[in-house]
Structures are given as structure tokens and as C-alpha cells.
Design a protein around this ligand. Structure first.
Ligand SMILES: Nc1nc2c(c(=O)[nH]1)N[C@H]1C(S)=C(S)[C@@H](COP(=O)(O)O)O[C@H]1N2
Ligand SMILES: [Mo]
Length: 441
């Protein structure tokens, strides 16, 4: 497999030396503390030249931010069953994100669903749908029990839900100081329709002890070290999440077999929570009498500081808390960043918004770098934990370079931050507003 082109340029420079990057890009020094401040006229002209059009609302554009119009193009890379324009961040284990404009479908099709592997998936010929068994064990089951996929299908009622899965590290590439790990842009998120049986129906059939507090999963994938004793990942959710109607053990995505890289033939789906809790190639569920302690449950994996910290702070393991519901977020899926239109034309925009366990109550967009906001139309979710679609018709006052920023607000009134939210050592939960570049010519 060919690795994708190494990312170079401004993004890398920003990661290494943000002050120098500001100087190069903006021709001025930024405040080393906040790297905020706004552009002077000379810098505005320079940036306009680089973009090929003047930045009409340039006086509102924060220094230290890279215009979305200067985003890097990546080399195509072909993965079986996946769209050629997905972006490969790592090929062992395979980690692949979806560019925002390929997330335009209301339900994400199989070929556009991102891949986040922590280990090496089972070989395709090791997957036998007829003999695959799921065993339910752990100290809090009355008696261990196992089911074939056919038994699950025969014994329990089937349910289909649209469920949003977003990797906890989605958006990591923006953090500064940078966080190690896959440098996800915006596309480690998807919402497909999943069919299976409710985890709670299965757990009730098995019979639980009164002390059950957590359900962990194990999958058939292997640790990259090749050590058969080690699992690459085994995470889980508290009983309350496990017992929700929408928490399912699924065998189908969008009415078809789950794609191989996304967990065929069986996966746990826990919508609205970090997708790391949705175990792929599911072989085992462990009902625990304590917080599950499988690989990647321990600090600092999938945890953030319990209390906000200054960027770059070292945080003790005991001060890191497990991520549960994901924060409010949205993505503009049409047009693709870099769109241009004729002066006087209106630009239709659309995308999706989601808010973990909550719903999205309001959607807005800005064409002046967040100085003012206008409402977008927001649709109701297909069901709880599914993303919601939005659209708007955008007018621009004159020719020039613009960015369209989108901002969702959840049902508790919490809105997406315009720029990077709380820094954390592992780079999780970046729910800053998505933005696209637009030129009016
Ligand atoms: N068995 C197994 N399940 C797993 C993983 C894995 O590596 N192995 N990765 C987790 C993580 S971190 C994420 S973000 C999602 C990604 O799901 P996807 O690859 O279908 O997009 O799967 C989760 N479930
Ligand atoms: Mo993840």
C-alpha cells in the first residue's frame, strides 16, 4: 500500500512553530499567549493575493487561523469497497477519513464511511457468518451464554436506527500544542442506518446480577504487535447507555452486510458516544461489576481532563475523566470547500449537525468570520441519536473571498465554539465550527 503524501506546509508549520507561521502567513507577530488579533491591511492584501480574491470580511478574520481556501490536497488511495477520495491517515492500522463534501448523503453510504482501526482486522476468510458466535460473559451475568448470528436474528425483535458515530479524536489535527495520534480533520464521523437487536433484550435474556455497572466488548481483531494474548481495544459503556433502546448489536448497515472494515459480520453500535465504544467484529460482551478495564479504557485513552487546563499542561491520570456523550457539532457537506460562484448568485449550502445524547435545536451560518450569524433551516432527526440535516441559501454582498462557517446549538443551549475549544492532552472533542472557502467572481 502506498502511503498518502506526507502533509507539509502551513499545517505542519503551525504545529511546530505557530508564532513563525503567523509571521509568514500574516506578516505580523501574534500575541504569543492567545495568538489572537486581527489582520492589518498589508497582511490582508497578501492573503488576498494568495487566495486569488480579496478577503471581504478580512478585518474579522482571526490571526493564527489558516484560511480554509489554502487547505492541502491529498493523493488518492484505493481501499477495497471504499471511495477513492477518502483520506488515508495511516495504513497500519488503517485509519481513513471522509472529506466533508463526501458526507453529503443523508445516510452515509458504505463506501464513504470512515475507518478507524486500532489493530489488525480479522482476515476475510476467518469471518464465517454461519459459525460466528457472540458470547456474553463477565462477573455480573448469572450464567455465561452465547448466540450465533442466526440465533440473535431468530430470538429477538429487529430494530433499525440511524445512528451517528464520531471518533473521539475527530478534529485532532487542529490542536496546539499538537496531540499525538491520527491527525483527523473533520471527517471521522458518519451516520448510517443500522439494523440489529437491542443489547438490552439480549442482556435480559442472559440474566444479570444486581451489581452490573458496565458492559465491555471484545472483537476479533488483533494487536499490531502480533501478540495473540493482547487485544488492540476493548472499551465499553455504563449500564444506563447499554440499556437504551438505540444501543444495538447490528449485522446490517444501510440494509446490507456491514462493510468488512466497519466490523462485518457483527458490531455493537452506541450512537452519540465516542465511536470507540461501538465494538467492531464483535465476539464477546463482558458485563462488569466495575468500570470495564479492557485496553484503551485506562487513562489517558479516550479521556479528557475532568477540569479544563491551559494548553500544554501535563495532566495526571487520576485527573482524566472518561468521555461519554459527544459535544454538539456540524459539518458543511455542500458545496465542497473552494467553490466559486458568479457575483449576484445565491449559494445553496447544506450539511448535518449532531449533539451526542442531545438534539440540535438551532443551526446558523456566518459569512463574516463569525461577526454576524443568520439562521439555517434545520430538519428533525430520523430518530434519537441520528444527525440532523440543515440547509440555507447564502447571499454575498460583493466579489471576493469568503468563508462560510456553520454553528449548531444543542437542546441545552450550548453552541459550537468558533475556534478551537478546550485543549486536552490527547486531542479529543474538537467541535469548533466547520468552515469552507468560497470565491465570488
Ligand atoms: N474491534 C474494534 N472495534 C472498534 C475499533 C477497533 O479498532 N477494533 N475502533 C473503535 C474506534 S476508536 C472507532 S472511532 C470506531 C470506528 O468505526 P469505523 O471504523 O466503522 O468507522 O470503531 C471502534 N470500534
Ligand atoms: Mo475512535
Amino acid at each position: 500500500m502506498k502511503n498518502r503524501k506526507k502533509k507539509v506546509g502551513l499545517h505542519e508549520l503551525y504545529a511546530k512553530d505557530p508564532i513563525e507561521a503567523d509571521r509568514l502567513l500574516w506578516g505580523r507577530e501574534s500575541d504569543p499567549e492567545t495568538r489572537r488579533g486581527f489582520l492589518r491591511k498589508g497582511a490582508l492584501l497578501a492573503i488576498g493575493a494568495a487566495l486569488g480574491a480579496p478577503m471581504v470580511y478580512g478585518k474579522h478574520f482571526p490571526a493564527g487561523m489558516i484560511p480554509a481556501g489554502l487547505a492541502q490536497e491529498d493523493a488518492p488511495f484505493q481501499i477495497p469497497g471504499k471511495h477513492p477520495d477518502l483520506i488515508v491517515l495511516n495504513d497500519r492500522p488503517l485509519n481513513v477519513e471522509t472529506p466533508a463534501h463526501l458526507l453529503d448523503d443523508k445516510l452515509t453510504p458504505a463506501d464513504k464511511f470512515f475507518i478507524r482501526n486500532n489493530g489488525i482486522p480479522p482476515e476475510e476468510d476467518e469471518i464465517n457468518v454461519n459459525t460466528w458466535t457472540l458470547s456474553i460473559e463477565g462477573e455480573s451475568v448469572r450464567q455465561k451464554k452465547s448466540y450465533t448470528i442466526q440465533e440473535l436474528k431468530d430470538k429477538f425483535q429487529h430494530h433499525t436506527y440511524a445512528l451517528t458515530l464520531e471518533c473521539g479524536g475527530n478534529g485532532r489535527s487542529e490542536f496546539n500544542p499538537p496531540a499525538k495520534g491520527n491527525q483527523w480533520g473533520v471527517g471521522a464521523v458518519a451516520c448510517a442506518s443500522w439494523t440489529g437487536v437491542r443489547l438490552k433484550d439480549v442482556l435480559n435474556d442472559v440474566g444479570l446480577k444486581g451489581d452490573a455497572v458496565y458492559v465491555g466488548y471484545e472483537g476479533m481483531d488483533r494487536h499490531v504487535s502480533g501478540n495473540p494474548e493482547k487485544k488492540p481495544i476493548s472499551r465499553g459503556v455504563p449500564m444506563e447507555k447499554a440499556m437504551q433502546d438505540e444501543t444495538i448489536i447490528a449485522w446490517a448497515m444501510n440494509g446490507q452486510d456491514i462493510p468488512y472494515q466497519n466490523g462485518h459480520p457483527l458490531r455493537l453500535v452506541t450512537g452519540g458516544w465516542p465511536a470507540s465504544t461501538s465494538g467492531k467484529w464483535l465476539t464477546k460482551l463482558l458485563v462488569r461489576n466495575k468500570v470495564h478495564d479492557g485496553p484503551k479504557m485506562e487513562a489517558p485513552s479516550y479521556r479528557v481532563p475532568c477540569k479544563p487546563v491551559a494548553p500544554g499542561t501535563k495532566v495526571k491520570d487520576e485527573d482524566m475523566c472518561i468521555i461519554e456523550s459527544m459535544p454538539v457539532k456540524s459539518v458543511i457537506t455542500y458545496p465542497k470547500t473552494g467553490a466559486s460562484l458568479k457575483s449576484g448568485q445565491k449559494l445553496p449550502i447544506r450539511g448535518h449537525a449532531w449533539a451526542g445524547e442531545l438534539s440540535v435545536e438551532k443551526m446558523e451560518y456566518s459569512i463574516d468570520f463569525g461577526a454576524t450569524w443568520k439562521p439555517a433551516k434545520l430538519e428533525a432527526a430520523a430518530n434519537r441519536l441520528a444527525w440532523q440535516h440543515f440547509n440555507a441559501e447564502v447571499s454575498f454582498p460583493e466579489k471576493g473571498y469568503y468563508e462560510v462557517w456553520a454553528r449548531a446549538t444543542d437542546s441545552r443551549g450550548t453552541a459550537q465554539p468558533m475556534i478551537l475549544p478546550g485543549w486536552n492532552p490527547k486531542g479529543y472533542l474538537n467541535n469548533a465550527c466547520h468552515r469552507i472557502a468560497v470565491k465570488v467572481i
